[in-house]
Ligand binder design. Sequence first.
Ligand code: GDP
Ligand code: MG
Length: 340
Amino acid sequence: MSAESPDTPESQNELEAMLAKALGKAVPVPSEPHASAAPEAAEAADDSPRRCGLIAIVGKPNVGKSTLLNALVGQKLSITSRKAQTTRHRITGILTQGAVQYVFVDTPGFQTRHGKALNRSLNRTVTGAVGDVDLILFVVEATRFGLDDAQVLALLPKETPVLLVGNKLDKVHRRADVYPWLQSMQERFPFAEYIPMSAKQPKDLKKLLQTCATYLPEQDWFYGADELTDKSQRFMATEIVREKLFRLTGDELPYTSTVVLDQFKEEGTMLRIAATIVVERDGHKGMVIGDGGERLKRIGTEARVEMEKLFDQKVFLQLWVKVRSGWSDDEARVRSFGYE
Ligand code: GDP
Ligand code: MG
């Protein structure tokens, strides 16, 4: 059956009607914006009281958490990649719009492979990240729910509102599949709202933000209106190298490889940055370096260009590759690399 089957609602309104039917209640989704309700119009609500709160984005690897965060805060802060488990740190992205300040927390996703020190550290990050927030976005792929999703769901506290974000709706060819799926999700957890959407669809993102705002407490902002992240430049530098590393090695390189910052120094108008890529085996070292050093050179060039854009400064970047056999099993060493 093609994507144009009669099962596919033509418009967003039909999808909303289906939602209402599936959930047995009206879903508070704002209607299509009129010409007068441009994004700037929302910011005219200056006299409404300020709201601010923490929003955790949780879900198994690869459901689109980083994509969502980046799209919401409008800038590349967290790292996206097709490789699972490349997000190891808790990252906040901050968005201030109108009277509302959204402080987002990205998490690495619940790791299903237990036993290694690295994964234990990752799991603590997840449970730590959802403990102190005002709202949780539980991200899954629309019409799907597997064991990995269930394991993350089991970690969520009952006292914090949780929105079900059914992401990648654009990949669902039969929209009619959404209806039974929503009903089954309703039986799994008392979600506060059900939001089938696509992180790549600006209209969906706007609606998600409007829904999130209603769950944030009325209080003053935690950060200045133009702050985007509370992560340091040093942290961002290693994240950028890490993203290029995993992107350019594809699926060959195990996620246990990491990047350690050796130097971050202002020299006149220039930043001097040195970092070491730590891999587990000699074979991995070869993969990172590539034929005649070609791949390492490309990782370095792409990382430098992105750093210069982000820091708005000339960057001199030096990269090294080191083999540190078995390091992911050594908890003390994991901690010294900054995963706690
Ligand atoms: P994370 O591991 O949950 O942080 O997932 P990522 O944000 O790294 O995304 C994993 C993959 O899914 C990437 O290739 C994204 O481009 C893709 N992706 C994310 N959101 C969507 C979406 O709404 N639609 C589609 N088609 N792909 C998406
Ligand atoms: Mg991610």
